[in-house]
Design a binder for this molecule. Structure first.
Ligand code: LLP
Length: 419
């Protein structure tokens, strides 16, 4: 459920007509709905009602906007960060360092040190080598790093290959059958407090079955580790719940997910940690775009919009579907190819799709763009970095400026030896 609805024939973000925002800020522009974000956060927490001890860390990578993080901090969320930059954002948003989980397969020594000094709550180690390095850094600083070991459970998440992370051949975590040994060796190191295991098998999961299989395997491993005499007090179950992108998509509800988790983990006796991203932010945002012009094509006309693959990369990267709807629909429909202005054919949002009829100058939105949208934007073709707006009832505010090409140009230099 979201708060982007038609009122009197005009698409609104909560109580704000989208044309008003486009007139003031221009397009393309992302719009986030505060009420939708809040609702998703609360529904996710409610789904975990059967889990007595828990910590929910929002996957910052899905939407790192400062205002979004502040809102989620107020809802009691911590942050799952995968870079020093994300850690700084979470701290800047007012998140408590203890509530931050530092994940990521390639944390540098400088990032580990910064995380330690900031008092990060948990480091999710992706290898024994990383654990050894973190132990040395922590011991040198006279600090202790609370850690979980990320395990690759070798479970097929059944999602797009580029966002699947839990198969043995993926780069993430340590091999399942090596994990207990690594855990034992790392537990013996000064500077580390090994306290748990972490797992994340992929994103946009349409079924709970692979998650349940992975969690069950993790429970077995947890018992093995306890039997060998090491402590396990925290289990981090990652993120991954899918969201509907188009009519007919059926995704697990947070309530069903929570019930499954409670059933599988009921006798674990640990604090459970979660790293949801898309399920919180995905349907909380839209990307507003304006049709530049419509030109004829061989089988269908091309609707050329002012948003492009640099603003919303998902269709180009993963052939992802984002619903395209007119801001002021007439009721008429057309079959069209929706493309951006960038000079390569991957800058295509849809081919041969039946959409609301639109013409030059009309506004439209790509839906379900709140996760992995603005955060993956870039400036390819020397385009601006797309701005972001948050709406709250009848209020709205720019929460990220449009970074103009001139600003980016100003950061470049021609060395004098070229002249
Ligand atoms: N935890 C870890 C360790 C992760 O790697 C991810 C996502 C999450 C949590 C959050 O997953 P979520 O709940 O959002 O599914 N750019 C891609 C998605 C990449 C996901 C990467 N990892 C896309 O646009 O579909």
């Amino acid at each position: 459920m979201d708060h982007f609805t038609l009122r009197d024939g005009v698409l609104h973000a909560e109580d704000v007509p989208i044309p008003a925002i486009a007139a003031a800020v221009g397009s393309p522009v992302y719009i986030y709905s505060r009420a939708t974000l809040t609702r998703h956060a609360q529904v996710f927490l409610a789904g975990l009602g059967g889990v007595p001890r828990k910590h929910v860390a929002f996957a910052v990578k899905s939407n790192p906007n400062l205002a979004v993080l502040r809102l989620l901090a107020k809802e009691g969320f911590g942050a799952d960060c995968v870079s020093g930059g994300e850690v700084e954002r979470a701290l800047a948003a007012g998140m408590a360092p203890e509530g931050i989980v530092f994940s990521g397969v390639g944390k540098t020594a400088a990032e580990l040190k910064r995380g330690l000094e900031a008092g990060i709550g948990q480091f999710n180690l992706e290898s024994e080598e990383e654990g050894v390095e973190l132990a040395q850094i922590a011991a040198a600083l006279g600090l202790t790093a609370r850690c979980a070991l990320r395990v690759n459970p070798d479970v097929d998440a059944g999602t797009h290959g580029k966002i699947s992370t839990g198969k043995a051949e993926n780069k993430f975590g340590v091999a399942y059958d090596k994990a207990a040994g690594i855990y034992g060796r790392l537990s013996a190191l000064p500077g580390l407090e090994m306290r748990g295991l972490a797992v994340h098998i992929g994103s946009q999961l349409a079924s709970l079955e692979p998650l349940e299989a992975a969690f069950t395997r993790m429970g077995v491993l947890m018992q093995d580790i306890r039997v060998q005499g090491d402590n396990v007090t925290h289990m981090d179950l990652g993120g991954g719940i899918g969201v509907p992108y188009k009519a007919g998509d059926r995704m697990p509800s947070p309530a069903d997910y929570g019930a499954m988790v409670a059933r599988v983990t009921g006798n674990w006796g640990t604090t459970l940690m979660f790293e949801p991203g898309r399920v919180i932010s995905g349907n909380s945002g839209v990307l507003v775009t304006r049709v530049i012009r419509v030109k004829p094509g061989v089988s269908a006309p091309f609707v050329v919009v002012d948003a492009a693959m640099n603003d919303l990369a998902r269709p180009a990267l993963y052939d992802a579907w984002h619903d395209f709807i007119a801001v002021e629909p007439t009721g008429a429909q057309m079959v069209a190819n929706i493309v951006g202005p960038i000079c390569e054919s991957s800058d295509t949002f849809a081919m041969g799709r039946t959409i609301d009829a639109v013409g030059a100058g009309d506004l439209a939105v790509f839906r379900t763009a709140g996760a992995y949208g603005a955060t993956m934007a870039n400036t390819y073709n020397s385009r601006a970095l797309v701005p972001e707006v948050m709406v709250d009832g009848d209020k709205w505010a720019i929460v990220a400026d449009r970074i103009e090409p001139a600003t980016i140009l100003a950061a470049e230099r021609v060395p004098d030896w070229l002249d």
